[in-house]
Design a protein. Structure first.
Length: 386
C-alpha cells in the first residue's frame, strides 16, 4: 500500500501555517513557534493562529477561538499545524484535547514534536479519539517537514542534542577583515545589513559575546533595529570576571545577563550581581570557560538558538571546538587590507585539512551580501545525531 500524499490544498495550507509560525520570532521563547490554519476541503478558511508569548494560547487554540468568534462550526474540519499538537499540561492545557473537543475531523501536521512530554503522544491521542492524522514526512512531503523544523531548529537542537543551535554572525570586508588593526569596526557593512542582523538577534533566545568585545566596544547586544516583543538574554564569556558593572549590556532592555567565568572573585562577582548579572562558574582547561559545557548549561535554561557576535578569539575557539552550527556572514564590497580576521584558527599543514562549509543561502542585503553556511559534513543540513 502506497503512503498517503498531501493534496495541493494541504501543501498550501501548511505553507500558510508556516508563515504564521514565523511571526513567532521574538515572541514565543522558550516555546516553539507554531502556526495553525483551520478550514474545509472546499477551500474555506475558518480560523488562523500563531502561538503567543509563553503562558499564552498556542496556535491551535488561537485558530479555534478565531473560528468561534466568527460563528464558524469547525466540526469535521481540517487543522493544518506546523508542529505536533501538545499532549501535556504545562502553562496551558493540551492542544490535542482542544482539537478533539472541537470535533476537528482531520489534522495535518508538518513535523512531530521532540519535546519528551509530547514526542508522538499528541498524534496518538488524536488518533485514539478518531481524528484522521497525516504527518508530512509520511505523506511524501519531507520538504514541508524540513521547513517546519527550520523554523524551530533551536528547539529541536535543545531536545535532541541537549544544546542550543549556535549561529556565528560575522560582518567582514571582501578580504575577510572584521576590523582595522586597532579594533575599529564601525561600520564595515551598511544600515540594511545591520538591521537584518538585528532580525537574526530577535529570533535567538540569547546573544553571546566575549569579554574582549565588551571591553573594546561596550555593546548593548539588544534588538533595536526591528520591532520585538521579547529581548534575548545576553551572555558573556568572561573567564576572569572583567566585565565592568557599568557595561551597557547590563542595562535594560533585556531578559537578563549571564556571565560565564572560569575563576571566581568574590568582590567582582558581588559587583556584577548588584548590577543585575548572574555569574555562572564553568571552568575548563587553561583557566578558560568550558564552551561545550556552557552550551549544555544554556539548554535547560531554555536557550534554543544562540546568536554569537564575538571577536576573533572567541569565534575561533567555537569553530575549533566544532561548536558552530551555522555561519551568518555579511560581506561588504570593501577591501580593508591589514586588520583583524573574523576567527583565529590554527595553521594548516595542507589545504585538505581546511574546515569545509556549504552555502545554504546567499542573498543581497542593501549594498552587502549575506551568506549562510553550515558544516559540509552535514550534507542534508540536518542536526547531527544526539
Amino acid at each position: 500500500m502506497s503512503p498517503p500524499s498531501l493534496s495541493p490544498l494541504d501543501r498550501s495550507r501548511l505553507a500558510e501555517a508556516l508563515a504564521l509560525a514565523e511571526t513567532g520570532f521574538g515572541v514565543t521563547e522558550p516555546n516553539p513557534r507554531v502556526g495553525c490554519v483551520i478550514g474545509h476541503a472546499d477551500g474555506r478558511v475558518l480560523g488562523r493562529g500563531a502561538t503567543q508569548v509563553a503562558g499564552g494560547p498556542h496556535a491551535e487554540v488561537v485558530a479555534l477561538r478565531e473560528a468561534q468568534a466568527a460563528g464558524h462550526d469547525v466540526a469535521g474540519a481540517t487543522a493544518w499545524v506546523t508542529l505536533e499538537p501538545c499532549a501535556h499540561f504545562g502553562r496551558t492545557p493540551p492542544c490535542c484535547d482542544a482539537l478533539i473537543a472541537a470535533r476537528i475531523g482531520r489534522v495535518v501536521v508538518a513535523v512531530d514534536d521532540p519535546f519528551p512530554q509530547v514526542a508522538g503522544q499528541g498524534l496518538a491521542r488524536l488518533r485514539a479519539a478518531g481524528v484522521e492524522v497525516v504527518l508530512a514526512a509520511e505523506a511524501c512531503a519531507p520538504d514541508l517537514a524540513e521547513a517546519a523544523r527550520e523554523v524551530n531548529i533551536g528547539f529541536f537542537s535543545r531536545f535532541t542534542r541537549g544544546r542550543p543551535w549556535v549561529r556565528l554572525k560575522v560582518a567582514a570586508s571582501l578580504d575577510g577583515r572584521t576590523a582595522l588593526a586597532d579594533g575599529r569596526s564601525q561600520w564595515i557593512t551598511g544600515e540594511a545589513a545591520r538591521a537584518d542582523g538585528h532580525a537574526w538577534r530577535r529570533r535567538a533566545s540569547a546573544v553571546l559575546t566575549g569579554i574582549g568585545t565588551v571591553l573594546e566596544d561596550d555593546p548593548r547586544l539588544d534588538v533595536r533595529a526591528v520591532p520585538t516583543r521579547l529581548q534575548p538574554v545576553r551572555v558573556v564569556v568572561d573567564s576572569r570576571l572583567q566585565t565592568p558593572p557599568a557595561a551597557k549590556l547590563l542595562a535594560p532592555p533585556g531578559r537578563g545577563v549571564w556571565i560565564f567565568a572560569a575563576a571566581d572573585d568574590a568582590a567582582r562577582r558581588a559587583a556584577l550581581e548588584a548590577a543585575g548579572a548572574e555569574v555562572l562558574q564553568q571552568p575548563g582547561p587553561g583557566g578558560k570557560v568550558d564552551l561545550a559545557a556552557m552550551l549544555g548549561t544554556l539548554a535547560p535554561r531554555g536557550v534554543n538558538e544562540l546568536h554569537v557576535e564575538a571577536g576573533h578569539k572567541l569565534g575561533g575557539s567555537l569553530l575549533r571546538e566544532g561548536l558552530v552550527d551555522e555561519l551568518l556572514v555579511y560581506l561588504a564590497p570593501k577591501l580593508i587590507g591589514p586588520g583583524r580576521e573574523f576567527a583565529v584558527l590554527p595553521a594548516l599543514a595542507q589545504l585538505d585539512d581546511a574546515m569545509a562549509w556549504r552555502f545554504v543561502d546567499v542573498a543581497p542585503v542593501g549594498d552587502d551580501l549575506r551568506l549562510r553556511l553550515r558544516p559540509a559534513a552535514r550534507a542534508d543540513g540536518a542536526l547531527p545525531p544526539a
